[in-house]
Design a binder for this molecule. Structure first.
Ligand SMILES: NC(=O)c1ccc[n+]([C@@H]2O[C@H](COP(=O)([O-])OP(=O)(O)OC[C@H]3O[C@@H](n4cnc5c(N)ncnc54)[C@H](O)[C@@H]3O)[C@@H](O)[C@H]2O)c1
Length: 276
């Protein structure tokens, strides 16, 4: 994998100053993050990939040190200005670390890199929620996340695991994230600074995260029942990547605080008329 200094933007444009946009993508080593990175690079953007392995910036987003390093390294590699950030890194069914990466790691990414967006003429931010935000979740854990109490949130997540409710942690992380996006996007720091902040909520995407959930016909059937996708069924990572790329593009001038379901119809199947 090329380093940021030697990446494709250099060979294509000769000098990094001529790159179209500088974009940070977390979770860039796999699945949706990797597909997003590859799509943006194919369009000429300079992508600074972040992940716990195999990336331009290698950090652990569950730790304070990793979150600080992320900001320091991106500032160093970008020269202090980025045009967009996509917080995509995530975990499922790992217990408390789901909360540490999916919620607190995503917020640390977005809030930590927000000052670097200030120098862009068209700054954009996006995060991956999930259709899982429609599944059973724990309200107490949602509240602890939104209160920004990570220690108590991780304790609550451990309690959920001990009481057999560990499966709710992933859904809970995405409920909290969606609610945070809606609360935060219209504020002075984001909308007030001209930064559209939005989320996507994918249905089942064929990535390493979901591979073990569909590796037998029985598991596939169970997941299909839980996540109905009448429109074409499970999707490749290129589908959410295209939506993420648009949300980070200059064309996205007015979308603010939306959680956009790209889910083959699971939202409309599950929620029906209840949202309108
Ligand atoms: N695959 C799906 O069906 C699906 C559906 C809805 C939402 N999502 C969300 O999309 C995002 C990407 O998922 P994916 O399917 O591409 O998964 P994936 O497992 O293929 O990729 C996730 C990436 O996040 C990285 N990551 C995990 N923990 C990290 C840490 N502590 N620090 C830094 N990086 C870390 C992993 O190394 C990996 O490269 C996740 O937030 C996930 O919750 C996925």
């Amino acid at each position: 994998m090329p380093s940021v200094e030697e990446g494709p933007w250099r060979s294509r444009f000769g000098a990094k100053e001529l790159a179209l946009r500088t974009v940070v993508v977390t979770g860039a080593a796999s699945g949706i993050g990797l597909a997003t990175k590859e799509l943006l690079e194919s369009r000429g953007d300079r992508v600074i990939g972040v992940d716990i392995h195999d990336s331009d910036v290698v950090v652990d987003l569950t730790t304070d040190a990793g979150r600080r390093d992320l900001v320091d390294r991106v500032r160093e590699l970008s020269g202090g200005t980025i045009d967009a950030v996509a917080a995509i890194a995530g975990l499922i069914n790992s217990g408390a670390p789901d909360i540490a990466v999916n919620y607190f790691g995503a917020l640390a990414t977005l809030e930590g890199l927000r000052p670097l967006l200030a120098g862009s003429s068209a700054p954009r931010a996006v995060v991956t929620s999930s259709m899982a935000s429609l599944l059973p979740h724990d309200d107490e854990l949602v509240d602890l996340c939104l209160a920004n109490d990570e220690r108590a949130a991780l304790d609550r997540a451990r309690t959920l695991v001990e009481t057999g409710l560990g499966k709710q942690i992933y859904a809970t992380s995405k409920v909290a994230l969606s609610r945070w996006v809606r609360r935060t996007a219209p504020t002075y720091d984001w909308a007030g600074a001209g930064i559209p902040l939005n989320a996507i909520a994918p249905g089942i995407v064929l990535t390493p995260m979901t591979a073990h959930m569909i590796d037998t016909p029985e598991k596939r059937e169970r997941l299909t029942a839980q996540v109905p996708m009448p429109l074409v069924g499970f999707m490749e990572a290129s589908a959410p990547a295209a939506l993420l790329a648009w949300l980070m593009s200059e064309e996205n001038t007015h979308m603010c605080g939306q959680v956009i379901f790209i889910d083959g119809g699971s939202d409309v199947s599950i929620r029906g008329d209840s949202t309108w």
